[in-house]
Ligand binder design. Structure first.
Ligand code: UFG
Length: 325
């Protein structure tokens, strides 16, 4: 099949591109490089520099290539930033996605896989979160993703667009080749910050809050390997060949680890100490976020392969030892 990968130079997008190429698919990457890295996309993969809000460039792209599906990773994705500058989030994540969807409709592309997030749930009301859990985002980032999920439901009814929104819990790790990996600037995510602290590339890790209602007082998250996220996207496209409508699936491993447990795992994997200090809670962090991915397993046939926290960390560690960008 032939795919347009919007945001294919970003963290999850670049792993998706590798996965599709390795599985014999044809790919064009579309990215404005606002947060992605040109070096994350192999030189032999067609790359178009552009913004999903740019209808003219999209029109040209769709006139040149015949895509079977679009996989859409482009988004601003920092919760804290979204609270400070919500217009940016609604413009990029909602407004620009509408431009992409309209261009797809004009070009007759009827299949989309969309990156959504556990942030659509807000403060969870149960220990594990399945798709029937109420959505109630507590920040503009989560709101912007939920808005698009709703647009996709309307588009299914009105235009016959087939879509799957995949709600990632905590994307983590790197491709075992260690040639691509997580590289945000600024970096706000726990695992890269832990490894940077180990390497002395940053000051001691700040652990945000040790007074949460969890087993050791620190926040619990469900870490899912980035290549397992990639496999779910391809399964989602295949699922849409046989299923009409707008679907949502949660993607996680179903097991939560606290910040202290991640630090302990990093010390096992690296054989070094993680310099860290406790700091006040970070605004907007729920105590626990753990997915039930039963639906993705049952309906998509998804089977995550790198599920042990130490293995996820080991893959991230190989990348952080020698990051290429
Ligand atoms: N944390 C620290 N120190 C750090 C970084 C993180 O203690 O330097 C803690 C956070 O407070 C949180 C946990 O580690 O308790 C995980 O934090 P991340 O920033 O790695 O991930 P989040 O769970 O905050 O965010 C992820 C996605 C978001 C998504 C969110 C859903 O990255 O895009 O889950 O709530 F919105």
């Amino acid at each position: 099949m032939k795919f347009l990968i919007c945001g294919g130079a970003g963290y999850v997008g670049s792993h998706m591109v590798r996965y599709l190429v390795a599985n014999g698919h044809e790919v064009v990457v579309y990215d404005d490089l606002s947060t992605g890295h040109r070096e994350a996309v192999d030189v032999d993969v067609p790359f178009v520099h552009g913004d999903i809000g740019d209808a003219v460039t999209l029109w040209r792209l769709f006139a040149t290539h015949k895509f079977d599906a679009v996989i859409h990773f482009c988004a601003r994705s920092l919760v804290g930033e979204s609270v400070i500058d919500p217009y940016q989030y609604y413009r990029n994540n909602v407004g620009n996605t509408l431009v992409l969807l309209a261009a797809m409709r004009e070009a007759g592309i009827h299949r989309l896989v969309f990156s959504s997030t556990a942030a659509v749930f807000g403060h969870p009301r149960s220990d594990t979160i399945d798709e029937s859990h109420p959505t109630d985002p507590i920040n503009p980032y989560g709101q912007s993703k939920l808005m698009i999920e709703r647009v996709l439901a309307d588009a299914a009814r009105a235009y016959g667009l087939r879509s799957v929104a995949l709600r990632y819990f905590n994307a983590a790790g790197a491709d075992p080749s260690a040639s691509i990996g997580e590289a945000h600037n600024p970096e706000t995510h726990l695992i890269p910050n832990v490894l940077k602290a180990v390497l002395g590339q940053s000051a001691a890790l700040k652990v945000f809050g040790d007074d949460y209602d969890t087993r050791d007082g620190t926040c619990v998250r469900d870490y899912v390997h980035v290549n397992d996220l990639a496999s779910a996207h391809l399964l989602a496209v295949q699922f849409l060949e046989e299923n009409e409508g707008a679907f949502t699936f949660n993607l996680g491993n179903g097991e939560g680890f606290s910040v202290r447990e991640v630090i302990a795992a990093a010390e096992r994997v690296t054989g070094r100490l993680v310099p860290h200090a406790f700091a006040p809670r970070r605004p907007g962090d729920p105590a626990t976020l753990v997915a039930s991915s039963l639906q993705a397993r049952k309906r998509l046939g998804w089977q995550p392969r790198i599920t042990v926290l130490d293995d996820i960390l080991a893959s991230a560690w190989q990348w952080h030892l020698q990051p290429r960008f």
